[in-house]
Write a protein that binds this ligand. Structure first.
Ligand code: SF4
Ligand code: SF4
Length: 493
């Protein structure tokens, strides 16, 4: 058996002890423990705008799957539906098929230019008012405030020893948070199936496993992100604060503290003169209402989501002490510089950057509208049989066989003619050809119909591959669709 020899360690030198202390302080600074934030209720214009944005956005999210839209017999009547089973996306009167996924790409590009434009104009307005993280966090804080009270009461409650009252409040809050989280997860899955049917199935325990899985996943993420992680998501997880700096310039507006007006700050007693001092009375109300727990007076900060609640808080204080509002306001870096130089501040919304983003947004929007307005509801996709590549007929002519997929995106069946062009003398072969040698077929409603086609080319056609094109024409509306293919001819035997 081996013997372990314990060698006494030399006592640490003072230098080592110092270095370890510095390292541990650095580590503490790097991994700062989260301090609980207790945002106070702000009152004012921007708080009202935020309430309105929250109500509108949450209503859209929760209610949309329940809206109905009549598309005719046998077709889904849900206004917004992502139907994976049948490969369809329904949005009111718009119905997209998988091959039209470019409309979704267009929508994403449009959203990107929209957010570029709003950032160039008003900084992180998306973060402050419309980001789901902000909206749900706002809702969760509302519930928290409803049950536990405003900032000071919540702080007192958290410091108080555990009691039945405290446990009851905490349990009620978390229960309500969980109900909201489950409703959020539930609403999400309703976008992917008929909402009333799925609703009944969920509660009768007959919904699919994937439905329960996604509800569970979204329940967990909503509860964790909006209930417990809150401002940390914006500060540490979201890449947008890092990216959006590229969209902003010195004239972009964002929430800022007017140092030139506010400093030197300090407490102010009623009746005292304002001479030789700034307007900031250091009341810290702007900090108390901040959902990110920061002090806007420290300048631009990554954590600031531009929710403007500190503007409301400070405006209320300014009104109380009889000073003009706007000590904290939407301002630009350029204006701050101009004021520091004694120049007049001005807002420049129209700038090369905003014109460019606006033009790109309008262009993509116009293309999308044009694309949707002129959208084809008839499409064709032809596949040539590869085995055998061609058939030599008794009279020396050649025949190639094809499978044509007729895609009818309208609600009614359509009679169509199918013709072939591109190769001299090539013609369709069928027992009952229509006018000009076209095959007549019926494209079933809202579906794909397969049609077998045989194309013959006369004897003497040059060996090799020849480009040909199939044209499908709606016999009633005249709408056409084409599909390119090849005709393969063999050499002499
Ligand atoms: S709310 Fe206004 S006055 Fe009060 S500390 Fe903030 S900036 Fe100063
Ligand atoms: S500093 Fe003001 S604008 Fe920024 S997050 Fe806090 S309250 Fe909102």
């Amino acid at each position: 058996m081996g013997v372990t020899t314990l060698i006494p360690r030399r006592p640490d030198s003072d230098l080592e002890v110092d270095a370890r202390a510095v390292n541990s302080r650095a580590a503490r600074a790097l991994y700062k423990k989260r301090e609980q934030i207790y945002p106070k209720l702000a009152r004012g214009l921007f708080r009202n705008v935020k309430w309105a944005a929250m109500i509108v956005l949450l209503t859209i999210y929760y209610v949309t799957p329940w809206l109905r839209w009549d598309r005719g017999v046998g077709r889904p009547d849900q206004a917004v539906l992502v139907d994976f089973d049948h490969g369809r996306f329904y949005f009111f009167f718009i119905e997209l098929w998988p091959q039209e996924v470019y409309y979704i790409t267009g929508l994403l590009i449009l959203a990107a230019f929209g957010i570029f434009l709003s950032s160039a104009l008003f900084g992180r307005i998306w973060c402050g008012y419309a980001c789901p993280q902000t909206v749900w966090t706002d809702l969760y804080i509302y519930v928290e405030r409803l049950i536990e009270g405003d900032r000071n009461e919540r702080m007192r409650l958290d410091k108080a020893p555990l009691s039945w009252g405290k446990a009851g409040k905490k349990a009620s809050k978390h229960a309500l948070w969980l109900i909201i989280a489950a409703a959020t997860g539930g609403a999400w899955v309703f976008y992917f199936a008929d909402a009333p049917t799925l609703f009944a199935a969920i509660f009768s325990g007959t919904a699919s496993a994937s439905a329960y899985l996604f509800i569970g996943l979204l329940t967990f993420t909503t509860y964790a992100l909006a209930g417990t992680m809150r401002e940390q998501v914006c500060t540490y997880m979201c890449p947008w604060p890092r990216i959006q700096a590229a969209m902003m310039d010195k004239d972009a507006l964002s929430v800022a503290y007017r140092v030139d007006r506010g400093e030197p700050r300090g407490a102010h007693k009623k009746g005292q003169s304002w001479e030789g001092r700034g307007d900031c009375i250091d009341c810290r109300q702007c900090v108390a209402v901040c959902p990110q727990g920061i002090d806007i007076r420290d300048g631009d900060q990554l954590e600031c989501i531009n929710c403007a609640l500190c503007i409301d808080a400070c405006d209320a204080i300014m009104t109380k002490v009889g000073r003009p509002k706007g000590l904290i306001a939407y301002d630009s870096y350029a204006n701050q510089t101009r004021r520091a130089q004694g120049k007049v501040a001005r807002i420049r919304l129209v700038r090369p950057r905003t014109i460019l983003y606006g033009a790109l947004f309008a262009l993509v929007g116009a293309l999308m509208i044009y694309g949707l307005a002129s959208r084809q509801t008839l499409d064709a996709n032809v596949i040539r049989d590869r085995s055998p590549p061609f058939v030599r007929l008794a009279d020396g002519s050649m025949r190639n066989d094809y499978e044509l997929k007729l895609i009818n995106m309208s609600a009614a069946p359509r009679r169509v003619s199918i013709s072939v062009e591109g190769l001299e003398g090539a013609h369709l072969q069928a027992p009952d050809l229509g006018a000009a040698g076209a095959v007549v077929a019926v494209a079933s409603a809202d579906g794909v119909t397969n049609v077998r086609l045989h194309v013959a080319a006369p004897a003497g056609v040059l060996p090799g591959s020849h480009d040909i094109r199939f044209t499908v024409r709606d016999l009633e509306s005249g709408e056409t669709a084409t599909s390119a293919s090849a005709f393969l001819a063999g050499g002499e035997r």
